[in-house]
Design a protein around this ligand. Structure first.
Ligand code: NAD
Ligand code: LMR
Length: 336
């Protein structure tokens, strides 16, 4: 491959006088990667956008580089170009890996995706150890602990900089709740905590903004639909993959929040699956509301008051997450 389509602009700054941030997408030619790359190219906070994949990056890079927005785009193909793709990056977004087909669970992706995430994180530890890392590859409940193990082994682990992306659960929750309430989804904010699979996805409907209440039937319907949103898309796509467009939208929303935090903006709060160091629950990793800042996760918020339905959901989520948390750490020791 010809490295760096658009390299002539390599030293350009983002338009508008801001130096902007350097962002890499690993898995950039995939179903999520392509729309994600397009949307990140439109983000005024991005000055340099590196697109890495093991296939098809030249075409995707050539295509996206024609967009008349500020970010300079460069493409990187294959493991021999991974280090160039990562060097100097402020934010690395990882949607690399295989998606589900109908009948599969996210855990069925573990064997392939764990190895992919491990290799990519080894590159991050070597080339941009201070970067904020957004992990999208499934199963997020396991790939994030794996990334943490890789960084620990490399001596670069900073729990503030490693974030599993659960934003799609929040995006879905906002949409489905708005439908039930007859509101504009942009006015709705539903915290979703726990993890990113089945019962580990725990929407806190008692804490939504604007405040409102639901009947038991509505609570049951909404919780189940939010927990099974991924499967709804997998089944509708009937073998052609899982959520890509809504995921790219959610990933950009989350990455944009990370960049605003890096810039030093105040009060940037989103839900993410992070190393909670047992401060939210007794579990080592848990999704909760976090405040983002110059170092990534600056503050992890407690879960707040839960109703009885949510307390019961939390117990189920914790039980499931506890079993998932053990698997990768055992497997990673074997594979590392
Ligand atoms: P896809 O198959 O369309 O794209 C994956 C891309 O990863 C491909 O372009 C492939 O070439 C690339 N890839 C494979 N191995 C690689 C490697 N070693 N290095 C770099 N790139 C590599 O899949 P997709 O639909 O984009 O989904 C990607 C992942 O995201 C899946 O694991 C899926 O389950 C997950 N996902 C997560 C969420 C979430 O909410 N966190 C939502 C949707 C999908
Ligand atoms: C999702 O929630 O859409 C993703 O995790 C993909 C999947 O496999 O469901």
């Amino acid at each position: 491959m010809e490295d760096g389509v658009g390299l002539s602009q390599a030293n350009c700054r983002a338009k508008g006088g801001s130096p902007g941030f350097k962002v890499a997408i690993l898995g950039a030619a995939g179903g999520i990667g392509q729309p994600l790359a397009m949307l990140m190219k439109m983000n005024p906070l991005v000055s340099v956008l590196h697109l890495y994949d093991v296939a098809n990056t030249p075409g995707v890079t050539a295509d996206i580089s024609h967009m008349d927005t500020g970010a300079v785009v460069r493409g990187f193909l294959g493991p021999q170009q991974l280090e160039d793709a990562l060097t100097g990056m402020d934010l690395v977004i990882i949607p690399a890996g295989v998606p589900r087909k109908p009948g599969m669970t996210r855990d069925d992706l573990f064997n392939i995706n764990a190895g992919i995430v491990k290799t990519l994180c080894e590159g991050i530890a070597k080339c941009c150890p201070k970067a904020i890392v957004n992990i999208i590859s499934n199963p997020v409940n396991s790939t994030v602990p794996i990334a943490a193990e890789v960084f620990k082994m490399a001596g670069t682990f900073d729990p503030r900089r490693l974030l599993g992306v659960t934003m799609l659960d929040v995006v879905r929750a906002n949409t489905f709740v708005a439908e039930v309430l007859g509101l504009d989804p942009r006015e709705v904010d539903v915290p979703v905590v726990g993890g990113h699979a089945g019962v580990t996805i725990l929407p806190l409907l008692s804490q939504i903004k604007p405040p409102c209440s639901f009947t038991p039937a509505e609570t049951e319907y909404l919780t189940s639909r939010i927990q099974n949103g991924g499967t709804e898309v997998v089944e509708a796509k009937a073998g052609a993959g899982s959520a890509t467009l809504s995921m790219a939208y959610a990933a950009v929303k989350f990455a944009d929040a990370c960049l605003h935090g890096l810039r030093g903006d105040a009060s940037i709060v989103e839900c993410a699956f992070v190393s909670s160091q047992a401060c939210v629950t007794e579990l080592p990793f848990f999704a909760s509301r976090v405040r983002l800042g110059r170092n990534g996760v600056e503050e992890i918020y407690p879960l707040g008051p839960l109703n009885e339905y949510e307390r019961s959901g939390l117990e189920k989520a914790k039980k499931e997450l506890a079993t998932r948390a053990l698997k990768p750490s055992r497997d990673i020791r074997i594979s590392l």
